[in-house]
Ligand binder design. Structure first.
Ligand SMILES: [Zn+2]
Length: 303
């Protein structure tokens, strides 16, 4: 095929995409999920061809005003009812097993979905984008990545055994970005997957259906329910708000039993400090002595 034939074919493909309204596409989606998946594969190819490098150098520049290495502190303004284009997606893993949902868990906010993967499994970028963060967080995400996408979303991939890309690197949807693992605050190998908008975590299940290996629709409209107006008005303020909510949630569940999986290098006193308690109380709760040696992976009661 010569260059002009490729251009012509692409042009026709684009025209046929535009001529189908999103409403019609939704109906098609409901009626024939398998057809839609095929169409999505098609879209991935088109998106790869038409998303310009210029777009990816500064993804979603209309929304974000900064580029830092902090997960939840992003400056910018989110327009009301922002429409996130989910076409051109690629599932981060073929695993269909969600082992932990988004929401409050063990006295803190679980800001993503846990998907069962094994150590060494390939993890792929959900959309085209640019890697914003590539770091190690020993008490949290382990080896993790944050990628900013032209559709306004940021995706986070945690607990990996290895990162395959670097900060600042442009990636394509479906490109391998890391390997599954069990690093950081994690018990058992899994992928911790987050979707964020201006630093605010949104339940990934609103957009990604791992069980069916599909997105929930061509678009996800970010209403005021998913991300509050005040949250989008000031990213710094909203980050504080989330922290305050997390603390409140932690307090509320403090009455219930909170457990902790011991990480390498931790001691009873470091854990006690982490949970605002004392070594004595930890010993009583767990029926151990202050000189008892605790092992990595051991689960202990903290309240
Ligand atoms: Zn998780």
């Amino acid at each position: 095929m010569d260059c002009s034939t490729i251009k012509k074919t692409l042009g026709i493909a684009l025209l046929s995409m535009i001529s189908v309204s999103s409403f019609a596409q939704d109906i098609i989606a409901r009626q024939a999920p398998s057809d839609r998946r095929l169409k999505d594969v098609h879209n991935v190819k088109l998106a790869n061809t038409v998303t310009s490098i210029a777009n990816l150098e500064n993804p979603a520049a209309d929304i974000y005003t900064d580029w830092t290495d902090a997960v939840s502190r992003c400056g910018g303004n989110c327009p009301a009812n922002y429409k996130i284009d989910l076409r051109g997606f690629h599932m981060p893993t073929p695993s269909r097993k969600v082992t932990s949902p988004f929401g409050p868990r063990w006295g803190r906010q679980h800001s993503g979905l846990d998907i069962k993967v094994y150590i060494g499994d390939t993890i792929r970028s959900a959309f085209d984008g640019k890697v914003r963060i590539c770091k190690y967080d020993g008490n949290g995400y382990g080896y993790f990545l944050v990628i900013r996408h032209p559709n306004g979303l940021e995706t986070l991939y945690g607990h990996m055994s290895k990162q395959l890309v670097k900060a600042g690197q442009i990636v394509r949807a479906g490109e391998p970005i890391g390997l599954g693992g069990n690093t950081g605050r994690s018990t058992g190998s899994h992928l911790h997957f987050e979707t964020r908008m201006l630093g605010q975590a949104i339940n990934p299940a609103f957009m990604f259906d791992f069980e069916n290996q599909d997105v929930t629709g061509d678009y996800y409209v970010l209403g005021t329910g998913a991300i509050s107006k005040s949250a989008t008005a000031s990213a710094a303020r909203s980050a504080n708000r989330v922290e305050a909510e997390n603390k409140a949630a932690a307090k509320q569940t403090a009455q219930k039993s909170v457990t902790h999986s011991v990480q390498a290098g931790e001691t009873l006193s470091s854990i006690a400090r982490q949970y605002g308690t004392t070594v004595d109380k930890l010993c009583k709760l767990n029926g151990i002595k202050s000189n008892t040696v605790i092992r990595k992976g051991q689960v202990i009661k903290c309240s």
